[in-house]
Design a protein around this ligand. Structure first.
Ligand SMILES: Cc1ncc(COP(=O)(O)O)c(C=O)c1O
Length: 481
């Protein structure tokens, strides 16, 4: 899959379509601030070269100045929820600084515009909001507890008996075992409103697959889930659960990124009848905004619960980052509270130097992938690199555009944890608190080792326990004794 690489390297690649029934893909050489096309080809939707395009080689393209990143963080959420003009005039392309957008073939634009206008309408629709609130309470099981982890807190006390206070936002207690259900149930309701009969989705760890399959069963929608063969092997219990819930599970050679491409391809062939239920804050606008909006219940509850428990705000929010939806779900409510630290933890796999990691924000560059501009793991030619983490849900070569913006603007901090650190953290939580976190959430927990000694006594840290570890039992029992 080709990505548009915005590094200051000599050669850049970009899909700047649409062209005929696919894209025009160009390779560009940058020179004195300008860019010159050195090769142009037409590619179809599966990125197969259809033909060479001549006549462009002498075209000098002036690179547009990159949008400066504002110092004050103004996320696009405000436009969606409060600015009617932006919502309705179609000009809002879901930009977060330079990130986001809609890099899709023309054929998809109408469908995405329809989705955007439906999304904007449900935000204001009191009937929809009431139905969603009931579903979140009675079906998903919200609100989830903000649990004070007393023994974990004790573990990080210094020799004076002082240290931060650690709380877990228990998203593992949601129906389906993860935060994924918050978004799936809401989007299934949108699919229904749009009159769609079938839903397609892609899953990595299987949690979004389970959430989508369950939401589709509840709303009588036919459900097809695409999953990579490598992930099926590692998360086989979730594969069985999806089937039990009535989903048609299709295997795709590879991992989550390949399953995502296949699900999108399938959807593009059935735009009239089918709904693509995005599971995370990536993809073309409005997908990142929509998923973020439905996940932001996590942060809203956290604010309320913190107020009840210690009459204040959290000081630090900590979440793992695969493509970014549990992190944004927790962070978004607090983006404007500058006194709240937002910390994301990516998968360092076998170590950042090993080349086998999924640390997109730590090691990636800006480019376009799956329809939006964000940080990506890519090589000099703009080819996507295979991500790796012991936590299947962290294996994505991109990351949400809004999170990319939070990194670029300096509002959020991002660190990494290795496979081994995550396994150790998982074991620690099992033994100290009797809670089995998913391997994804264990990455956030692992960072407590480095973070806690640096924090003033009494600092209130909220960790997103994004899912439960039942799905990881095979990996855990091979690694933890
Ligand atoms: C339990 C759990 N936590 C975290 C993630 C990471 O995804 P994201 O970064 O979008 O929250 C996943 C992804 O599948 C997951 O299943």
């Amino acid at each position: 899959m080709t990505a548009c690489n915005m590094r200051s390297t000599e050669f850049l690649s970009a899909q700047i379509g649409p062209y005929s029934s696919g894209y025009l893909s160009v390779k560009i050489r940058s020179r004195n601030g300008n860019a010159e096309v050195v090769r142009a080809v037409a590619v179809d939707h599966s990125s197969t070269v259809v033909k060479e395009v001549s006549g462009l080689s002498n075209l000098i393209l002036r690179r547009p100045p990159l949008t400066p990143i504002p110092r004050v963080v103004e996320t696009e959420k405000r436009k969606v929820s409060t600015d009617d003009d932006d919502d309705d005039d179609g000009n809002d392309q879901g930009r977060f600084g330079m990130f986001g957008g809609k890099y899709v073939p023309e054929t998809l634009m109408a469908c995405l515009s329809q989705l955007e206008s439906e999304f904007n309408s449900v935000l204001k629709d009191t009937e929809f909001q009431a139905e969603l609130a009931t579903a979140l309470r009675d079906y998903v099981g919200r609100e989830t507890p903000l649990y004070f982890a007393q023994r974990l807190t004790n573990r990080y006390k210094n020799s004076n008996g002082e240290g931060p206070h650690i709380y877990l936002k228990r998203e593992d207690l949601n129906h389906g075992g993860a935060y994924k259900m918050n978004n799936a149930i809401a989007q299934a309701m949108i699919a229904k409103r749009l009159g769609r009969k079938t839903v397609v989705a892609a899953t990595g760890a299987g949690q979004h697959g389970i959430a989508t399959a369950a939401a589709c069963a509840k709303h009588s929608l036919e459900c097809t889930i695409f999953m990579g063969t490598k992930d099926m092997e590692k998360q086989s219990s979730n594969l069985h659960l999806m089937k039990l819930l009535g989903a048609n599970v299709k295997s795709v050679d590879g991992s989550f990124k390949d399953a995502s491409s296949e699900a999108i391809r399938n959807w593009v062939g059935n735009l009239e009848t089918s709904y693509y239920l995005s599971g995370t804050v990536v993809g073309p606008h409005p997908c990142p905004s929509m998923v973020r909006e439905f996940q932001s219940v996590i942060g809203k509850e956290t604010r309320r619960q913190a107020m009840e428990k210690w009459v204040g705000k959290p000081d630090v929010l900590l979440a793992c980052v695969g493509s970014g939806s549990n992190a944004l779900g927790l962070f978004h409510e607090f983006v404007k509270d500058k006194d709240v630290r937002l910390i994301g933890v990516e998968g360092a796999g076998f170590g950042l130097g090993s080349g086998r990691h999924s640390a997109t924000l730590a090691r990636g560059d800006v480019g376009v992938y799956h329809g939006a501009m964000s940080y990506l793991l890519q090589d000099e030619e703009g080819q996507i690199l295979e991500p790796y983490s012991i936590a299947v849900g962290l294996q994505y070569p991109g990351v949400g555009p809004e999170l990319s913006f939070l990194k670029a603007s300096g509002r959020a901090e991002f660190y990494t944890a290795t496979d081994q650190e995550a396994l150790d953290a998982c074991q620690l939580l099992c033994r100290l608190e009797g809670i089995i976190p998913s391997l994804e959430a264990s990455h956030a927990l692992a960072f407590l080792n480095k973070l806690c000694p640096t924090l003033p006594a009494g600092t209130k840290v909220v960790v997103s326990c994004s899912g439960r570890g039942d799905k990881d039992v095979a990996t855990l029992s091979n690694s933890i004794h």
